[in-house]
Design a protein around this ligand. Structure first.
Ligand SMILES: Nc1ncnc2c1ncn2[C@@H]1O[C@H](COP(=O)(O)OP(=O)(O)OP(=O)(O)O)[C@@H](O)[C@H]1O
Length: 263
């Protein structure tokens, strides 16, 4: 059996400037294989910008992003977004980008064919193995009973799951998710939590999240950003008991809970 290297992504000294304003300043972030990492922090802390840098949507003005794959370490700092996606880093944005008039099944089928990348395969017949793969994916995202539903008719939560399913069809090694439970009902939020745990068994995930109650459901490492910098990294307990974090979130009130913070 091939032993997986423990580190899968290493961001070092990332700085991002927008017209002279430093949205991210010397940020470090190291992600391990199979890790589910939460990136939290108040509005404007630079969380989304960090995801943008990793997926190649935004260029860092300095710093380095290294993607550790089984075939070697790749410097992705200057690579184009589509190339980074092909290498195995998938990014899900807040707004769904599914095809609303196509069914759940068809949305996943298109994603599967895109992965193959050959134009001819768009017209190729689907094999039993392909069908099985799509069905497996639908079961994972909890939409197996809605295979023939038009995606546009799904609930908000179901659309988000479908989109995660679409990303998984691309077989990424790392998934980057921006507020995956925003706007979800409590039940949908719980189901999303289970889904993320399941996905993290075989992939690394970085989740930008505002909902602290949601984050507390995971025994994961939490990275707190503030004003473009790393403020604290540790378990949710470490983070909640940290004076600097409390200050940033609560204006010096240590006793209050940061639950359901929309800071
Ligand atoms: N394209 C841009 N041009 C100029 N400024 C930007 C741009 N993108 C982000 N910023 C600024 O950079 C800072 C960090 O933004 P970012 O969206 O990364 O923060 P965030 O931690 O994700 O915040 P939120 O939780 O509100 O989404 C903010 O002050 C934001 O206004």
């Amino acid at each position: 059996m091939i032993k997986m290297p423990s580190v899968i992504l290493q961001c070092e000294g990332i700085t991002v400037e927008f017209d002279g304003f430093k949205a991210v300043q010397g940020m470090n972030l190291t992600l391990e294989h199979g890790e589910l990492r939460f990136l939290i922090g108040p509005n404007g802390a630079g969380k989304t910008t960090m995801l943008d840098v990793i997926c190649g949507k935004t260029r860092a003005s300095s710093g380095k992003v290294a993607f550790h794959r089984t075939d070697g370490v790749i410097d992705i700092t200057r690579k184009k977004e589509h190339h980074i996606a092909e290498l195995g880093i998938g990014r899900k944005f807040q707004a769904p980008s599914i095809f609303p008039t196509l069914t759940v099944f068809e949305n996943l089928e298109i994603a599967m064919r895109q992965k193959r990348g050959v134009f001819a395969t768009l017209f190729a017949k689907m094999t039993a193995a392909d069908r099985e793969r799509i069905e497996k994916q639908m079961t994972l995202i909890g939409l197996q009973d809605k295979a023939l539903w038009r995606a546009g008719g799904l609930s908000h939560g179901e659309k988000q799951w479908l989109e995660i399913g679409i990303m998984l069809m691309q077989e990424p090694n790392i998934l980057l998710l921006d507020e995956p439970v925003a706007g979800m009902t409590d039940k949908e939020t719980d189901k999303t939590g289970e889904l993320l745990k399941e996905i993290a068994k075989s992939r690394a995930i970085v989740v930008v999240e505002h909902d602290m109650e949601f984050v507390r459901n995971f025994a994961s490492k939490v990275t707190v950003m503030h004003e473009g910098k790393l403020l604290k990294e540790g378990t949710m307990d470490d983070v909640q008991n940290d004076d600097h974090v409390a200050e940033v979130y609560l204006g010096k009130r240590r006793d209050a809970d940061v639950s359901r913070s929309t800071a």
